[in-house]
Design a protein around this ligand. Structure first.
Ligand code: HEC
Ligand code: HEC
Length: 281
């Protein structure tokens, strides 16, 4: 093989070369993902070009709620890139035609907004939030367990930051008024009051309910396997057991710190947060 001068070899190995050869950068992966400066720059671009339709916090308006949309059907990096670049033909979603790097910055911000909370820097004091979580004022552990501590009645929160975007965690604690998706999330978490023929009253969450049997987890985490013939009265609550008054019960600083604590709850292997903020230390 003919040997090339050094500068030519360096050129062939450099990223510019990939651009030169293929006429475009590698679109499969966002090179700016989780880059804090890119995310911050993307947030600015979002405020200028997108917030008008998708809301300043992504919660929607003329365009859809991006957090809900991308949680239920995630877009790959290249799909997100081309959605931002080309818009969605036949819809209100316009093309942006921004340069590649700005398009990736926007995409990095959208990922930060819609990805698991633990992947982002979240404002607030997680250590203070931990105290609030376990306090009787908030009472979260009356219904939720983290790493085996607390009640098993409501959903387990040990991996909440590793699986849910911050905005979704916030919505669980401070529900939006008249949010239809909230009722939807009740499926599988119905609050019930069961009066047995024996006179015993059990309050908890129905895990499974058929015409013949009922399984209820009560606040102590005890699972009751009931046959309907034991049941005198079954009342199904039409609202969530999750209290809806935290916005007034906790200060905004307390909610911010609580969110920082929850954002750190992740079962991912090697998660820094796990080592630093484990409740058992
Ligand atoms: C004029 C209003 C408008 C503006 C401005 C706008 N969008 Fe949209 N966007 C929409 C609408 C409407 C849809 C839903 C289109 C459809 O699927 O019918 C949408 C869809 C999307 C989707 C796809 C969501 C999904 O369900 O997969 C993404 C991602 C998105 N927009 C991001 C952005 C970004 C980033 C910007 C700023 C560069 C932006 N949009 C600007 C109206 C807008
Ligand atoms: C009386 C019981 C109860 C208390 C107290 C309670 N929750 Fe909940 N929580 C629930 C139930 C039940 C759900 C399931 C969804 C629903 O019913 O809305 C839930 C859902 C959640 C979710 C969403 C979980 C997911 O997988 O998406 C989060 C986050 C959450 N709660 C956090 C908290 C925090 C933080 C506190 C304390 C500030 C708290 N909860 C207090 C019962 C409770």
């Amino acid at each position: 093989m003919r040997s090339l001068p050094l500068f030519a070899v360096l050129f062939l190995l450099s990223p510019t070369c990939a651009v030169a050869q293929h006429g475009q950068t590698d679109l499969a992966r966002n090179p700016l993902l989780k880059n804090p400066e890119a995310v911050a720059a993307g947030a600015k671009l979002y405020g200028i070009s997108c917030a008008g339709c998708h809301g300043a916090d992504g919660s929607g308006g003329r365009g859809p709620n991006l957090i809900h949309a991308l949680e239920s059907s995630p877009l790959k990096d290249d799909e997100l890139f081309s959605t931002i670049r080309n818009g969605i033909p036949g819809s209100d979603m316009p093309a942006t035609k921004l340069p590649d790097d700005d398009t990736w910055r926007l995409a990095a911000f959208i990922r930060a907004l819609t990805g698991p909370a633990v992947e982002n820097e979240v404002p607030g004091d997680a250590v203070a939030g931990e105290k609030i979580y376990w306090s009787s004022k908030a009472g979260c552990s009356n219904c939720h367990a983290i790493l085996g501590r607390g009640s098993g009645m409501g959903p387990d929160l040990s991996d909440i930051g590793g699986t849910r975007p911050l905005a979704i965690i916030r919505e669980a604690i401070i529900p939006k008024k008249n949010d239809p998706s909230r009722n939807y999330e009740l499926a599988g978490n119905e609050g019930v009051t069961v009066t047995l023929k024996s006179g015993r009253v059990i309050r908890g969450i129905a895990r499974n309910r058929s015409n013949y049997s009922l399984q209820v987890v009560d606040q102590s985490g005890k699972l009751w396997l009931l046959r309907m013939e034991q049941v005198k009265e079954l009342k199904v609550l039409d609202h969530s057991l999750m209290p809806a008054d935290y916005e007034t019960r906790l200060s905004s600083a307390e909610i911010r710190d609580l969110l920082a604590y929850l954002a750190h709850q992740s079962l991912r292997p090697g998660s820094e947060a796990r080592d630093l903020e484990g409740p058992n230390q």
